[in-house]
Ligand binder design. Structure first.
Ligand SMILES: *Cc1c(COP(=O)(O)O)cnc(C)c1O
Length: 418
């Protein structure tokens, strides 16, 4: 067990002031939630917004509303490499997961395969395509739209990891027919748990509004537990304490689970209150994340390691900085080194979606080589605001030990840290 500074792979700071805002929000009840939704609508320039207990709950609500509109359609295309919450939500909505492979060069759909997947479904079975903006990279929604070319098939943006980010002058999450953000742990903005649906489509919004009347609220006694969780997250995600939750196995920190039987609740007023200062927090945090990602991008990564930041110079609002490590031995060594030294370098999802034990029979005989590789070849570096300059140097030194690598850069960065 490691009892020393341990960097979490992702973190979104919570302050004492946020906690007080949370409590104040609890006292204001429904008015606090209306305030949050009003601000979201204004900021994102959309007409409809619904706040629920998680990102998966948000996706489930969207898919349910779509299924109400087109009951004969039940298939949902998702990338074969993404967060397990995505297939969990599809299954929770009573729909069928259809996978499309992912291009290891872009982390977006393998568009040649997407074209085949979509054209095979000219029989009106396709309900939606869910492009996922992974780690901060944007999925090419316009290209998805061109391929799908059917107004009855919705494009639902998984913007869980990119709240507040823009691409091509458009706010990510608002480009598709509907989108959702997650306010879970380690996201761009965190209220411990929470999720937000955004859409401009009145028919989808009407369906969600109808379904929301059946969604239970948290109980009054949940407040205590929510406060305990918020305080624990505020303290324990700090690098000086993160070793503690990480060493307690039953907390399963950083684990990824397929669980279609999750709870769906309306967002709690406490969580909406925690988010009170959300626009400033998003701005401040993303400034820190963009700066850390820029520092990682300046490193001349050796052969066999590639990053995803070469995109015509525009800063990318990564929430974790992905590196593609093509040598499995090196991938394992880096993770092991991070584990012993607490560097916050992490694998992403333990398997591709077609390899999830509960699901894999459904995809027998189908191939997703890109996704399979990514599950074993991607790891991420931390970029969150709790990462210090000294932490960055420690990580770089660790990499330096594996390569005869970037000496000049390391010396320069050492000067930079306080
Ligand atoms: C976190 C996440 C979700 C789910 O959000 P929760 O709030 O954890 O339910 C969905 N998709 C992606 C890509 C995510 O990172």
């Amino acid at each position: 067990m490691r009892i020393a500074r341990t960097i979490p792979p992702a973190a979104s700071p919570i302050t004492v002031r946020d906690l007080l805002n949370g409590f104040r929000g609890f006292l204001r009840q429904a008015e606090e939630i209306r305030r949050f939704e009003r601000e979201l609508k204004g900021h994102f320039g959309i007409r409809h917004c619904f706040s629920v207990s998680s990102g998966k709950a948000a996706l489930t609500m969207i898919l349910g509303a779509l299924h109400d509109l087109y009951p004969a359609r039940s298939e949902v295309v998702i990338p074969a490499f993404c967060c397990y919450s995505v297939p969990s939500a599809v299954v929770r909505a009573g729909l069928k997961v259809v996978l499309c492979d992912v291009d290891p060069e872009t982390l977006d759909f393998d568009f040649a395969q997407l074209a085949r997947v979509v054209s095979k479904r000219r029989d009106d079975s396709l309900l939606a395509v869910v492009p996922v903006h992974l780690f901060g990279l944007s999925s090419d929604i316009d290209r998805v739209r061109t391929l799908v070319d059917d107004p009855h098939v919705a494009i639902v943006e998984d913007a869980a990891q990119v709240m507040g980010a823009e691409h091509g002058g458009r706010k990510m999450g608002t480009v598709g027919d509907a989108g959702f953000f997650s306010l879970g742990r380690g996201k761009a903005l965190s209220t411990v748990e929470g999720g937000v649906v955004v859409t401009d489509r009145c028919d989808i919004a009407a369906g969600i509004r109808r379904r929301m009347t059946l969604v239970p609220e948290y109980g009054g006694s949940d407040l205590i537990w929510q406060m305990v969780q918020a305080i624990a997250l505020m303290v324990m995600q700090r690098p000086s304490f993160f070793w503690l939750p990480k060493s307690i196995p039953f907390l399963k920190v950083g684990g990824t689970f397929y669980e279609p039987d999750f709870r769906i609740r309306k967002m709690s007023a406490f969580h909406a209150g925690l988010a009170r200062n959300w626009r400033n927090k998003l701005t401040d945090h993303s400034r820190a994340r963009v700066a850390a990602a820029a520092a990682w991008s300046r490193i001349p990564w050796p052969d066999g390691l590639s990053n995803y930041s070469r995109r015509n110079g525009k800063p990318i609002h990564f929430i974790r900085y992905p590196l593609h490590v093509k040598d499995p031995g090196l991938w394992r060594d880096l993770l092991e080194c991070s584990q012993t030294e607490g560097l916050g370098i992490m694998l992403t999802y333990p398997n591709s979606i077609d390899e999830i034990p509960e699901l894999k029979d459904r995809f027998a005989g189908q191939g997703f080589p890109g996704a399979n590789r990514l599950a074993r070849e991607i790891l991420t570096l931390p970029v969150h605001p709790l990462l210090s300059g000294r932490d960055r140097n420690r990580i770089e030194r660790a990499f330096g030990a594996f390569f005869t690598g970037p000496e000049t850069d390391r010396t320069r960065n050492r000067g930079e840290s306080r």
